[in-house]
Design a protein around this ligand. Structure first.
Ligand code: SAM
Length: 313
C-alpha cells in the first residue's frame, strides 16, 4: 500500500490531484474551515503526514495545497495566491456583514452568546455562521409565527425554537436527532423541562439510502412523520457514513415525504444544497423558493444564510 501511496505522492507533487479517502487511525483528519469560511474542498493532511501514519490511501487533494504547489508552473502558483487572497477578502466581508447585522438588530441576537457557549462546550460545531443563523431563525419565527414546528437535527437551534414556543401560546416543537446524548444536551441548552407537553424530543436512527451500486443517494430518519407541521427545519440527519465519508450530495429525504403527505407552510434548510435543489425540482410549483445566498449569491449585511420555501397561497 505504501508503494502505491508514494507513487501517488509523486503524481501529486507534479500538480496532479489524488483520489480516495485518507483512512488511517490516528492520522489528522481534514480541516473544514480556513479563515472562517468553509473550504470548497477540505484541506487534507500533507502527504508526509499521511505516510508517517501508514496511510493506505489519500483523498482528492487540490493542487492548491502546499505539497502540490511544489513544482507547480508559475501561472498555477499565481492563481493559487490569488485564490487565497480572494478567500481572505471573502472572510473579511462575511465578518463585516455579520458584525453590522448584529449591531443593527441586537434583539435578534439576545441570548445567542450563552446558547453558543453551552453548545460549543458540549462539543458542538463552532463555525462562523452560527450566531447569524440563530438570529436568522428568530427573524423567521417572528415573521411566519408557526404553531407546530418540526426540527430535523437538534442542537443550538433547538434553543431558538424553544424560546419561541415558551413565548407563544399554542406553539409546539418536535425535535428529532440520531444521537440520544446530543438530544439531551440540546434539551438542556434549550431549557426544556422534562414532561413539558409542548415539546417532544425524539431519538431516531439515521438511515443512509443506497442505490443498487451501493452509492448513498439519500439520508433520512427511521420511521415516518405522521403529524401536520407548519414549519419544518431541515438540518439532519448526518450524511457522514461509518467510514467518515461525507455524502454531501445525498439529500435529506424526510422533507419530501412530509410535503407529499401535508405540505408545511414553511420549510427552512440549513446548508444541504442537494436538499434545496431537490425541493426546488420536486415542489417548484408549490413553493416560492429563496435559496441561501451562500449557494451563489452575494454576502452583504442581511444576506440569506438559510434557504426558505414558502407555500404559495
Ligand atoms: C449540523 S449539527 C446542527 C444541529 C442544530 N440544528 C444546530 O444548528 O445547532 C448536526 C448534528 O450535530 C449533533 N449535535 C447536536 N448537539 C451537539 C453538541 N452539543 N455537540 C456536538 N454535536 C452535537 C447532532 O447529532 C446533530 O444532528
Amino acid at each position: 500500500m505504501l508503494d502505491s501511496l508514494e507513487e501517488r505522492i509523486a503524481l501529486q507533487k507534479r500538480g496532479s490531484v489524488l483520489d480516495e479517502v485518507l483512512r488511517t487511525s490516528g492520522c489528522p483528519q481534514p480541516g473544514k474551515w480556513e479563515n472562517g469560511i468553509p473550504r470548497r474542498r477540505p484541506m487534507y493532511p500533507r502527504a508526509g503526514t499521511a505516510l508517517a501514519h501508514n496511510a493506505r490511501s489519500v483523498i482528492v487533494r487540490p493542487p492548491s495545497s502546499k505539497d502540490a504547489r511544489e513544482g507547480m508552473p508559475l501561472l498555477h502558483q499565481v492563481r493559487t495566491a490569488l485564490r487565497i487572497i480572494g478567500r481572505k477578502a471573502a472572510a473579511a466581508r462575511l465578518q463585516r456583514a455579520h458584525a453590522r447585522h448584529r449591531a443593527a438588530h441586537p434583539a435578534l441576537y439576545a441570548g445567542n452568546d450563552a446558547i453558543l457557549a453551552r453548545y460549543r462546550a458540549g462539543g458542538g460545531l463552532s463555525h462562523v455562521y452560527q450566531d447569524y443563523k440563530l438570529a436568522s431563525l428568530r427573524a423567521l419565527l417572528q415573521e411566519r409565527r408557526p404553531r407546530h414546528i418540526l426540527e430535523l437535527g437538534s442542537g443550538s437551534t433547538t434553543a431558538i425554537f424553544a424560546e419561541y414556543v415558551h413565548a407563544t401560546p399554542g406553539a409546539r416543537l418536535v425535535s428529532v436527532d440520531e444521537s440520544e446524548a446530543y438530544l439531551k444536551e440540546a434539551q438542556s441548552i434549550a431549557g426544556i423541562a422534562e414532561g413539558d407537553p409542548r415539546f417532544r424530543l425524539e431519538c431516531r436512527e439515521r438511515i443512509l439510502v443506497r442505490d443498487e451500486a451501493g452509492q448513498v443517494v439519500a439520508r433520512r430518519y427511521a420511521g415516518s412523520f405522521a403529524d401536520d407541521y407548519d414549519l419544518v427545519f431541515v438540518d439532519g440527519p448526518s450524511g457522514t457514513d461509518e467510514q467518515g465519508v461525507r455524502h454531501k450530495l445525498a439529500p435529506s429525504a424526510d422533507v419530501v415525504d412530509i410535503v407529499l403527505r401535508q405540505a408545511p407552510r414553511t420549510i427552512v434548510v440549513d446548508g444541504k444544497y442537494a436538499t434545496v435543489e431537490l425541493l426546488q425540482q420536486r415542489f417548484g410549483g408549490l413553493y416560492d423558493a429563496y435559496p441561501s445566498d451562500l449557494s451563489g449569491g452575494t454576502v452583504r449585511p442581511g444576506y440569506r444564510y438559510l434557504s426558505y420555501f414558502h407555500l404559495r397561497s
